[in-house]
Design a protein around this ligand. Structure first.
Ligand code: FE2
Length: 377
């Protein structure tokens, strides 16, 4: 009887996940020069060449390079001519994230469930087929010009997707230990956080698992508010930031100005050995925000005992925070392109499921120093 009762409660209608997600499938960036960007992501971050599509493969108007490192897949796409969606996106926003592609079992159901709840369709379920099988892709709009694609690829055995060929390169820099997307943060406009929280709740079945108001996230100058949205199984997490009033310009406002609208602020990438990964990235030229040495003075009083030696963490500028379930180590890159828009976070979780609230003050002071140097504070 108990078992039956258990089963009945777990399938109650309110708990059925109408949009089951298997994780992030890939992140696609629209960039000004995909060939050079691909070289950068290989050289600096240790991504491996995976697939290619362009004029040689019958795609006349754009070129895409697909890079992979463990479970992390990036697609870099550039337009070959002006006057199209890709070229216009780059003109408006600079290099940035266009598609946050989510892996699903059923891309048709994902599209139907979300559009019937109010999502604006970007692409109806579309079958892409080649000799290796079929991928079904559908898509909906989210904040700004960002798109969620739903990718169903269980019936596909090819290298990436129909239309792509394997990209073999003689240049294969060693990987840096990057594993998978931990979370992707969106910056939205004034008073737009709650409408987008409602979108993720109502349209995609996500839950608000954490909230930071401007008391949590403000320094003397910069302020923002943030709510973390998670899908049912926790594989996909999308924090949403909006600017808040401070003495001077919010870091989110600077982003909105330069991105010319709402978009992805940072992609957080997991590693199992942050000291090794960040040492590697720094030696390859990736720059991170630097924290005053005083940050480490009483850090262990705040976060408790950690497995790692403090010395390399301090030398590399890695931040530490904790919650009821454990601790986490994190660091934030400087912007990855000339516009002060998209950056990466590198994160190693040691039990903690939170997002580093204890580091916000030190982090935002470091961010403001950069903002000030750009004349945007
Ligand atoms: Fe983050």
């Amino acid at each position: 009887m108990d078992t039956i009762h258990q089963a009945a409660t777990t399938v109650a209608p309110s708990t059925v996940d109408f949009l089951p997600l298997l994780g992030t499938d890939y992140v696609e960036f629209y960039v000004g020069n995909a060939k050079q960007a691909a070289h950068f992501y290989k050289t600096a971050f240790g991504f491996q060449s995976l697939a290619y599509a362009g004029p040689e493969t019958g795609q006349k108007d754009k070129v895409s390079y697909v890079l992979r490192q463990n479970k992390l897949t990036f697609v870099l796409t550039t337009a070959l001519r002006p006057g199209n969606l890709i070229a216009d996106h780059v003109e408006q926003h600079g290099d940035g994230v266009k598609h946050l592609a989510l892996k699903v079992k059923d891309a048709t159901a994902a599209w139907q469930e979300t559009t019937s709840r109010g999502a604006k369709s970007f692409m109806e379920p579309t079958k892409l087929t080649d000799e290796n099988g079929t991928v079904i892709v559908s898509g909906i709009h989210t904040y700004g010009e960002t798109i969620h694609l739903f990718i169903e690829r269980e019936e596909y055995a090819g290298i990436f997707m129909p239309g792509f060929v394997e990209w073999k390169s003689n240049y294969n820099p060693a990987e840096t230990g990057l594993l998978y997307v931990d979370h992707c943060v969106g910056n939205v406009g004034w008073n737009q956080m709650n409408p987008w929280v409602k979108f993720y709740e109502d349209v995609m079945g996500f839950r608000n698992i954490l909230t930071f108001d401007d008391n949590d996230i403000s320094t003397e100058y910069s302020a923002l508010m943030s709510k973390v949205m998670s899908n049912g199984n926790g594989y996909v997490k999308f924090p949403i930031n909006e600017p808040a009033e401070g003495k001077k310009k919010s870091q989110v406002e600077e982003y909105l100005d330069y991105y010319n609208g709402e978009g992805v602020q940072h992609v957080a990438i997991a590693t199992a050995d942050i000291v090794r990964t960040v040492s590697d990235l720094q030696s390859r030229g990736i720059e991170f925000l630097t924290i005053p040495a005083s940050y480490y003075d009483h850090i262990l009083d705040r976060v408790g005992t950690i497995d790692e030696d403090l010395e390399p963490l301090q030398r590399l500028g890695i931040l530490i925070d904790h919650d009821e379930e454990g601790y986490l180590l994190q660091i934030f890159s400087k912007p990855l392109q000339d516009r002060p828009t998209l950056f990466f976070e590198i994160i190693q979780r040691k039990g903690a499921k939170s997002f580093g609230k204890g580091n916000f003050k030190a982090l935002f002071e470091a961010l403001e120093k950069e903002q000030e140097r750009r004349g945007n504070l």
